[in-house]
Design a protein around this ligand. Structure first.
Ligand code: ZN
Ligand code: ZN
Length: 281
């Protein structure tokens, strides 16, 4: 047996499975049954993944049928195959894959199901857990305050605080000093950008999600510190120019809102922020 590890293209989670070893030069296929789809993984002698394909499962009970070439169980071809090029049918220990050319023409392949499928120590994604507990809007608000503004005293349910602290610890942003932003502006900024981002990464594996979050936090804080620096030096035009070159519109709005609140009021501790900028790279 050989162990293969892969990310499902649909669930975006990482899985691990023991599959039969193939001879040198041969390619093996293994089927993994997920919620409403089947993942077909092709691998080589070394257990290196050669291709991954996620195929929707078909459960129709009417329509023409053909027989599974392996077990003879009937396979129903849906009357409406619009939008489908392939369908998976899960049988006892194997999956039949029907490649549809049109309703009358198709090819069938049979792949063994790997039953000992075990998720690779599937760790909970704390971002997803926070969103599940308090909703996307409050989750954004809390995370912005804690990891972008660098506030250490945020008010949240105990379990949510535990998850947020876990994120801070894993992001290794202990140097994430308080930017000195008046907390009331957290109520005035638009979370669109950050909410979209969190929603995108919540279903990723914990490691990938935290990696992406860490990079984004560093980037945003760097933008804000630079803008504040320009502002202090009286280079307001340069600041405007800098903001305008941020191509993602939601991100640009987000950064601009925080910056304009900064320049309107609260002053940051200059020494701290310059030290922080040095520490950042
Ligand atoms: Zn999947
Ligand atoms: Zn069958």
């Amino acid at each position: 047996m050989v162990t293969i590890k892969f990310m499902c293209p649909l669930c975006k989670k990482i899985f691990k499975g023991e599959v039969p070893k193939v001879s040198l030069g041969e390619i093996g296929s293994a089927g993994f049954v997920h919620n409403n789809h089947v993942v077909i993984v092709d691998y080589d002698y070394h257990g290196v993944i050669r291709s991954i394909n996620a195929i929707n499962m078909c459960n129709v009970i009417d329509g023409d049928f053909i027989s599974c070439p392996y077990c003879n169980e009937p396979i129903r071809i849906p009357n409406d195959i619009e939008g489908y090029t392939e369908l998976a049918y899960v049988h006892k220990d194997h999956v039949a894959i029907v490649y549809l050319f049109d309703r009358k023409h198709y090819a069938i392949d049979v792949v063994n199901i790997v039953s000992e499928q075990e998720t690779a120590t599937q760790k909970e994604n704390p971002i997803d857990s926070i969103i599940n507990k308090v909703g996307l809007n409050l989750a954004s608000n809390l995370l912005i305050r804690r990891i972008i503004f660098g506030k250490s005293d945020i008010d949240a349910p105990k379990e949510v605080l535990r998850l947020i602290n876990k994120i801070v610890k894993e992001l290794d942003i202990s140097k994430n000093v308080d930017l000195g932003i008046d907390i009331s502006i957290a109520e005035r900024i638009s979370y669109t950008f950050f909410e979209k981002f969190l929603d995108k990464i919540r279903k990723l594996s914990k490691d990938i999600a935290l990696y992406k979050l860490g990079n984004l936090v560093k980037l945003i804080r760097k933008y804000i510190l630079l803008l504040d620096h320009f502002h202090r030096e009286g280079m307001n035009e340069l600041a405007e120019e800098f903001i305008n070159q941020i191509t993602n519109e939601d991100l640009r709005t987000f950064v601009h809102q925080i910056y304009s609140q900064l320049s309107a009021g609260e002053k940051m501790q200059k020494e701290t922020q310059l030290n922080f900028m040095v520490n950042m790279n």
